[in-house]
Design a protein around this ligand. Structure first.
Ligand SMILES: NC(=O)C1=CN([C@@H]2O[C@H](COP(=O)(O)OP(=O)(O)OC[C@H]3O[C@@H](n4cnc5c(N)ncnc54)[C@H](O)[C@@H]3O)[C@@H](O)[C@H]2O)C=CC1
Ligand SMILES: O=C(O)[C@@H](O)C(=O)[C@H](O)[C@@H](O)CO
Length: 312
């Protein structure tokens, strides 16, 4: 549990979710939301989410005690005063974020981490020209962050490493799974991966290959089940005897042709496959492959049981 204050700026979908994440971890949370209708809805939304988590057995402590740590502040300076970290959760519009971060730079001390929830806008754009740019980074969650623990930390080239480390500690301490994006790109990791799937899904509908419903069924009843507990590399590694190098040999040419069809020629070159194989073998020696495949199937059984309809 941490007593360090967190400020959430923007009380919409993600702002309320982040307020829950940090309050659940014991932080006092200040929320600044300028729109009165939204502000009036925040407490009830927070309470409802906490109650649902408690009913699912996913809450340590009482919802009331957690909600009591969240306070709505009437103005921005009061909300961010003394905060260890500010989580920006305003609309995905560069001009709004740039204006806000200019205000945040003025209203906070040199040790306050300024984190943007942005889905795709790099910190180098959000903090462009600001003295506080060296303490701005993107900390992008999946929605909702109180149930999807991954958070991708995307610093700009001028973000101080100590700021990234401080952010990592705070998010990890709040039960999240921080990953650090090594080089600044639009959309970071989560939305680049999600975008690759969505681009193909839209193209398949455009070309009359499948319906929206059938494509979602392939994801829900297929890929999504495996991806609920494995990433794409571990999935491929366990799909093929011999591991991911064997998978690349068997499937690489077909995936390359599919990419060319979409105007994207990114072949899995021998050097790239060697590097991916090196990283995978460091995580799972081939002699453990059979055991890991058995683990995979046990996990899929758990997922199947969890998703079984209540009236089954
Ligand atoms: N909704 C989602 O699935 C996810 C959203 N994000 C990102 O999080 C950010 C917020 O997204 P949402 O919560 O969905 O948006 P939202 O529209 O639900 O909430 C934004 C809130 O910010 C308030 N706001 C507007 N200008 C403000 C200002 N200057 N200062 C303080 N508050 C202000 C609005 O009144 C509104 O309540 C966006 O950058 C979005 O891309 C990131 C991950 C997932
Ligand atoms: O999909 C998510 O949860 C996030 O990666 C997002 O950024 C949002 O979906 C975003 O694309 C829509 O606000």
């Amino acid at each position: 549990m941490s007593e360090r204050k967190i400020a959430v700026v923007g009380g919409g979908s993600i702002g309320v979710a982040f307020a829950l994440v940090f309050a659940r971890a014991g932080h006092p949370v200040a929320v600044f939301e300028p729109e009165s209708g939204r502000r009036e809805a925040i407490t009830a939304e927070l309470t409802a989410k906490l109650q649902s988590l408690a009913e699912a057995g996913l809450l340590e402590g009482t919802g009331e005690a957690i909600a009591a740590r969240v306070r709505l502040e009437a103005d921005l300076p009061a909300a961010v005063a003394g905060a260890a970290l500010v989580q920006e959760c305003v609309p995905e519009r560069l001009e709004i974020k740039q204006q806000l971060f200019a205000e945040l730079g003025e209203a906070t001390g040199p040790d306050t981490v300024l984190a943007s929830s942005s889905s795709a806008i790099p910190a180098s754009q959000t903090g462009e020209g600001l003295a506080a740019a060296d303490r701005i980074l993107v900390a992008h969650p999946g929605n909702p962050p109180f149930l999807l623990p991954v958070i991708e930390l995307a610093p700009s080239p001028v973000t101080r490493p100590a700021v990234v480390a401080a952010a990592h500690r705070i998010y990890a301490g709040a039960g999240m799974s921080p990953v650090t994006v090594a080089r600044e790109v639009e959309g970071f990791l989560f939305n680049r991966l999600q975008g690759a799937v969505l681009r193909e899904a839209y193209a398949l509908v455009r070309d009359g290959v499948a319906t929206v419903e059938d494509i979602d069924t392939v994801m829900r009843d297929g890929l999504g089940r495996r991806w609920a507990f494995m990433g794409p590399f571990e999935t491929a590694d366990l799909n093929t005897r011999g591991g991911i190098a064997s998978h690349a040999q068997k499937m690489g040419p077909a995936y390359e042709r599919m990419g060319v069809e979409r105007g994207q020629h990114d072949p899995w070159t021998p050097g790239l496959v060697t590097e991916v194989e090196r990283q995978r073998r460091a995580l799972l020696p081939l002699e453990q492959w059979e055991d890991r495949v058995a683990w995979r199937d046990r996990q899929l059984q758990r997922v199947a049981a969890a998703l079984r309809p209540d009236d089954a």
